[in-house]
Design a protein around this ligand. Structure first.
Ligand SMILES: Cc1cc2nc3c(=O)[nH]c(=O)nc-3n(C[C@H](O)[C@H](O)[C@H](O)COP(=O)(O)OP(=O)(O)OC[C@H]3O[C@@H](n4cnc5c(N)ncnc54)[C@H](O)[C@@H]3O)c2cc1C
Length: 466
């Protein structure tokens, strides 16, 4: 391992004293934990670097590659799988000072931003130009575009606008040896060989450091309709999904399904009045974004009304004000309050299987948990139109090794050819379970790509796979 003093002196000579900071007790804490993983502050950080330009990133990587020094890319540290938490002595490359919005081009509907720009800042810049950046998730005030791209973030509107991958038209990234790949193109159609930008999207900083991106913008929605429906079972959820897909077409933006255990925790257990009586049924939160407030609401009421008449929906409530909209969403967004509801600590799962199989998977998980650990309670909710199910197992008062529960649930998933990580990436947390979702041949191909792009293994070592 290189001596920190000489690394700091060398990097300072290369990129300047304002880019390189010596680790100390205060700043090390901030750079060794993300939202879920508390790393080891004594892991051995050699230098903290805060590049302001792409050429700084390039110089730092070239230096580290020549000396086989590990590099830890870091964005807003909101990741949920430990991807940005160092596992070995390394130089940290934190992108937070690369926060310029380089260009907003209304004609092509694009915004070109540096990697350290916070998601919410992109949303606001688009809004100010009467446009819309649809990527949205709970960490919006802190997570950075570079982190969103590197984790292929999903969130609340994937059903309509896709994941981060679908919103990136062009990319600028620096390879392990310092080579800058400038692919900052604004075109949608570009069939000129391999789509290299995809190598950097979702690869969690293991193949290169993203320094800038061209993102797609959409026209700004002029209306939003929100409703909450009670249905009897998952078969009815699927019937309702088919109806709203046809009825709302491309306006359908959210279709969030809440099973009864989740609903009770997100309402009564938190002292919140349930919007509807659910009993043993399932709740579905539906949102559309459209272009005309009055005709969109009229259509929303008509489609949900028809589903009630057809016996698919047992009861429904449609928000008539921003306050009612917020109340409905607050039930879906209640996971942040679960500690208050006594559902804490929790073991959470973010998995995906084909949409039609989610109901059966929930039943199988319930049976498996009841059979092996009868005292455990679990909450189920998901963006089911994306095939994405979240399961939260309450661990209070239980000494069951988490690994055993994880292995049992992922085994059920593997039978359905699902994914152990729908949105949050593999990082370090999901590494032991990657084989449930990827074949040996797939894993070998990933290793081949990694070896080709980062032969010395300096980029984010220890993440995704060994
Ligand atoms: C309250 C809350 C709600 C969330 N909801 C969702 C959700 O609904 N959907 C979802 O998908 N995620 C969600 N997340 C997870 C998280 O916000 C995303 O994963 C986010 O995209 C990570 O961005 P970040 O800048 O914080 O990255 P970090 O946590 O800093 O890093 C994440 C990974 O990307 C790498 N990385 C970061 N920047 C770069 C770069 N410029 N170049 C190369 N590699 C880089 C890191 O090395 C690490 O592997 C949520 C998080 C929170 C806290």
């Amino acid at each position: 391992v290189a001596a920190a003093d000489s690394v700091i002196a060398d990097l300072t000579a290369l990129v300047g004293a304002d880019v390189v900071v010596a680790p100390d007790a205060h700043n090390v804490a901030r750079h060794t934990r993300d939202y879920c993983v508390q790393g080891d502050p004594d892991v051995g950080l050699l230098a903290l670097t805060y590049p302001r330009e792409t050429r700084h990133v390039s110089a730092i990587l070239r230096y580290c590659n020549e000396r086989r020094i590990a590099v830890q890319p870091q964005g807003g540290m909101t990741g949920l799988s430990g991807g940005a938490v160092p596992m070995a002595p390394c130089v940290v490359v934190a992108l937070e000072r690369m926060r310029a919005i380089r260009e907003l081009d209304p004609a092509s509907g694009t915004i070109t931003v540096e990697a350290g720009v916070v998601m919410e800042a992109v949303q606001k810049a688009a809004d100010a130009a009467d446009l819309f950046f649809p990527l949205d998730l709970g960490g919006r005030g802190s997570c950075q575009i570079g982190g969103n791209i590197s984790t292929n973030a999903g969130g609340n509107r994937v059903l309509r606008f896709g994941m981060a991958r679908d919103l990136v038209l062009g990319i600028e990234a620096v390879l392990a040896d310092g080579t800058v790949i400038d692919a900052l193109r604004k075109v949608i159609k570009n069939n000129t060989g391999y789509d290299l930008r995809q190598l950097f999207i979702g690869s969690e900083g293991t193949l290169g450091i993203v320094t800038a991106a061209v993102l797609r913008l959409s026209p700004k929605p002029r209306s939003a309709c929100t409703g909450f429906c009670a249905v009897a079972d998952y078969a009815a959820v699927m019937e309702l999904l088919a109806r709203v897909r046809t009825g709302f077409a491309s306006q359908l933006t959210a279709f969030e399904v809440l099973w009864p255990e989740f609903y009770a925790t997100g309402t009564s257990a938190l002292g919140r009045r349930p919007p509807l009586e659910l009993d043993s049924g399932i709740g579905v939160l539906i949102e559309t974004l459209g272009t005309d407030a009055s005709s969109d609401l009229e259509r929303f009421e008509r489609v949900i009304g028809a589903a009630i008449e057809a016996g698919i929906v047992q009861d429904a409530i449609i928000a008539k004000s921003q306050r009612e909209t917020t109340e409905l969403w607050s039930v879906r967004d209640s996971p942040g309050e679960w500690q208050r509801a006594g559902h804490w600590p929790q073991l959470s799962f973010d998995v995906s299987v084909p949409t039609g199989e989610i109901g059966a998977l929930v039943s199988e998980i319930r049976v498996e948990l009841a059979r092996r650990w009868p005292g455990l309670s679990a909450l189920y909710f998901g963006h089911v139109a994306d095939g994405n199910l979240h399961v939260s197992v309450g661990m209070a008062g239980h000494a069951i090794p988490e690994f055993e529960i994880e292995a049992a649930l992922y085994k059920l998933l593997a039978r359905r050819r699902g994914s152990v990580s729908a949105e949050h990436g593999i990082g370090s947390l999901k590494k032991p379970f990657l084989h449930f979702s990827r074949s040996p041949a797939e894993l070998e191909l990933m290793r081949t790509v990694k070896r080709a792009m980062d032969p010395n293994g300096i980029l984010n070592p220890g993440k995704i796979f060994d």
